[in-house]
Design a protein. Structure first.
Length: 311
């Protein structure tokens, strides 16, 4: 960035939020508090169970623990702030904290995009090459994939973020409930065309390519599942894949709609609603879709609670 923290006269941003009506903000506080509690509790339980139960020390649950960790952190970057601002008529955020929020949120969002692609590959190997699964997805391979995931996310977000050229010199009212990169860039008084092009190129690698890979992977999984002789196993596998694709569709679809479209001069309320889906809703439903419905996870929960499975 071109001296965003040094030459600009802007020292803080005013966040418009979702509503100016006190009763609406009170209702939103209750709603987002409940959603955040479910997110932290659900994902926290998943992480604890996977760590303490040896039965869950498998590649699939290793990646699920990473997903749960990302979801908790991603929600925490914005939801607690949203809750606090529900009782403030003029919510503000300092310049430094705003940029920290943007960079961390971008990093975690890209990490989740790449992780969902890795998880799709893991399921593909498990279903299409079950006899070679333990060899292909060995512990070393899983660790390397996880390390590559975090390192790639850093290179694809933090480095481009701090190389963006944009200067803030006047307006400081952000039409959002958090510091969203696109909403803040609309306040720049310098030419942001190069930054916009860089954002689109980065989005192609972090959103479009992983999403296409997931669709192709689940397509091949679907073909393999349909060839199964067991109708019960086929139905269960299709149900699981359908649930996974539903979550992936919501997460990627909303991000693609936000970052791979022609940019306008203003940020609309519709775009804020879209941000709620990938920033609040998806982290909440991920543990339910991916983990809490699984028999292995339920069994681990019973064991941790000191009870027998099925008792």
């Amino acid at each position: 960035m071109e001296d965003w923290g040094n030459t600009t006269i802007v020292t803080e941003f005013v966040l418009v939020g979702l509503s100016r009506q006190p009763h609406v903000r009170a209702a939103l506080f209750v709603l987002f508090l409940a959603m955040y509690a479910v997110t932290v509790a659900g994902n926290g339980i998943i992480v604890v169970l996977i760590v303490v139960d040896p039965h869950l020390h498998t590649p699939m649950y290793f990646f699920l623990s990473n997903l749960s960790f990302i979801d908790v952190c991603y929600s925490t970057t914005s939801v607690p702030q949203m809750l606090a601002h529900c009782f403030t008529d003029r919510p503000t955020i300092p310049l430094g904290r705003c940029f920290a929020q943007m960079s961390i949120a971008l990093f975690l969002a890209v990490a989740e995009c790449l992780l969902l692609a890795i998880m799709a590959y893991d399921r593909f190997v498990a279903i299409c090459s079950p006899l070679r699964y333990s060899l292909i997805m060995s512990r070393k391979v899983c660790v390397v994939l996880a390390a590559s995931l975090w390192f790639s996310s850093f290179l694809l977000t933090i480095v481009p973020f701090f190389s963006m050229q944009a200067r803030l010199c006047g307006p400081n009212v952000v039409n959002h409930f958090k510091c969203e990169l696109q909403a803040v860039l609309k306040l720049a008084c310098s030419d942001t065309h190069a930054s916009g092009v860089s954002m689109v190129i980065t989005s192609v690698f972090t959103l479009l390519f992983p999403f296409a890979f997931i669709l192709v992977t689940y397509g091949r999984i679907g073909v393999a599942v349909l060839s199964m002789r067991s109708a019960q196993g086929r139905g269960k596998a299709l149900s699981t894949c359908g649930s996974h694709l539903a979550v992936v569709g919501i997460f990627y679809g909303t991000l693609l709609a936000m970052y791979l479209r022609p940019q306008t001069k203003s940020f609309t309320d519709r775009e804020k609603v879209v941000a709620i889906f990938y920033g609040v809703v998806t982290p909440m439903v991920n543990p339910v879709i991916y983990s809490l419905r699984n028999r292995d996870v339920k069994g681990a929960l019973w064991r941790v609670m000191g009870k027998k499975v099925g008792e």
